[in-house]
Design a protein around this ligand. Structure first.
Ligand SMILES: NC(=O)C1=CN([C@@H]2O[C@H](COP(=O)(O)OP(=O)(O)OC[C@H]3O[C@@H](n4cnc5c(N)ncnc54)[C@H](O)[C@@H]3O)[C@@H](O)[C@H]2O)C=CC1
Ligand SMILES: CC(C)CC(=O)C(=O)O
Length: 367
């Protein structure tokens, strides 16, 4: 990969490589765009097959955070970290302390949180070295694990998508096929079950499936069969890239609404499902509940305020559908337009110099 060419193409600001021999830390921090504020995005720990794959993932996810934060109405830019390693075997305290010091060195340009492979406990260790971390334990007056908040946002966004597709936002009696019943989807299934939806679930983790079957009366299917089941709504909550040439012909759902990041394998897959009349709730708009929740910590965490903002994911999804209709474009493009328009407006309104200007981190400084 020609790094500078790629960074120029998508207008990335910064890419950092952090190495600590003692602890084995190998981290890549990507900062995409800080027009709206400091870059906030989680830290993913994953066993990448190559350094190139890790760099690509960090860059792609960081750009996704710029769009997610902008569309959610947050005063935050987009960034993400990937740590190369096996989260089950390679973690140690010194690693996250070292990582925390690297973040501190960025002096607020990047703020981290959980992502796949990292936990609240990891964030608590990072917090020993820097204030620029969120999703830390409620004992520190913070918001803790973001997954239940993400799930609530997906639930709200799914209702808005159901209204668009079926004329009513009630999910009672609707059949929802859920791919992956991990941290987010477990809570999503609970909301859906409470509203009277029927669940079909799959996961490569048999215990996770069993829990959904026992607690929510879900029907279990094999991982490869989830795309083709008879259902009203498909909720991808495991992996990226699952809307692709192989899976699209199998889909029977009228709505796609789930938590996974980067659901479309390529942009053209968003065009194909649009032409098929499937209502797609764009991933980074519907799954913003977690980041909205952790971002509230920057103001001094208030759960009620955060949940109110997460509820508005319903309205954000409706806004996306309205732009799609206004401009005659698929919803994934409409979401980009929503985010880009906000960033552009803010970029243009920043022409005045303000000494000691006020911004989202002003309150955090004194802690
Ligand atoms: N946790 C959060 O707050 C947020 C999560 N997301 C995204 O939502 C998705 C789920 O996140 P979490 O629930 O936190 O992760 P998780 O790791 O707890 O859950 C994912 C589940 O998917 C299962 N899975 C993996 N491969 C599978 C396959 N081929 N078929 C079926 N199941 C499979 C895993 O066994 C696991 O149970 C991820 O894509 C993540 O990036 C996005 C925004 C926030
Ligand atoms: C708090 C995190 C879940 C933020 C993030 O990295 C994401 O939304 O993907």
């Amino acid at each position: 990969m020609e790094l500078f060419k790629y960074m120029e193409k998508y207008d990335y600001e910064q890419l950092l490589f952090c190495q600590d021999k003692e602890s084995g830390l190998k981290a890549i921090i990507a900062i995409h765009d800080t027009t709206l504020g400091p870059a906030l995005g989680g830290t993913r720990m994953w066993m990448y097959n190559s350094e190139e794959e890790a760099i690509e993932d960090a860059l792609r996810l960081a750009r996704g955070m710029t769009y997610k934060n902008a569309a959610a109405g947050l005063n935050l830019g987009g960034g993400k970290t990937v740590i190369i390693g096996d989260p089950r075997k390679d973690k140690n305290e010194a690693m996250f302390r070292a990582f925390g010091r690297f973040i501190q060195g960025l002096n607020g340009r990047y703020i981290t949180a959980e992502d796949v492979g990292t936990t609240v406990e990891d964030m608590d260790i990072i917090y020993q070295e820097t204030d620029y971390v969120t999703g830390i334990s409620p004992e520190f007056g913070s918001s803790g694990n973001p997954s239940p908040a993400t799930a609530y946002g997906v639930y709200r966004g799914m209702k808005a998508a159901a209204k668009e597709a079926f004329g009513s936002d009630s999910l009672e009696g609707k059949v929802v096929a859920v791919q992956g019943v991990g941290n987010v989807a477990y809570h999503l299934c609970r909301h859906l079950h409470e509203e009277g939806a029927q669940l079909i679930v799959t996961d490569i983790n048999k215990e996770a499936v069993q829990r959904a079957v026992e607690e929510f009366g879900a029907k279990a299917v094999d991982p490869n069969d989830i795309y083709g089941v008879d259902c009203d709504i498909f909720a991808p909550c495991a992996l990226g890239g699952i809307i692709n040439d192989q899976t699209i012909p199998q889909l029977k759902a009228k709505v796609i609404a789930g938590s996974a990041n980067n659901q479309l394998k390529e942009a053209r897959h968003g065009d194909i499902i649009h032409e098929m009349g499937i209502v797609y709730a764009p991933d980074y708009v519907i799954n913003a509940g977690g980041v909205i929740n952790v971002a509230d910590e920057l103001y001094g965490y208030n759960r009620e305020r955060a949940m109110k903002k997460i509820e508005q994911i319903y309205d954000n999804i409706e806004k996306v559908f309205a732009i799609a209709k206004r401009d005659g474009i698929p919803t994934y493009k409409a979401a980009d337009r929503l985010a880009e328009e906000r960033i552009e407006t803010m970029r243009k309104s920043r022409s005045q110099f303000l000494q000691n200007g006020h911004h989202i981190l002003s309150r955090r400084r004194g802690r």
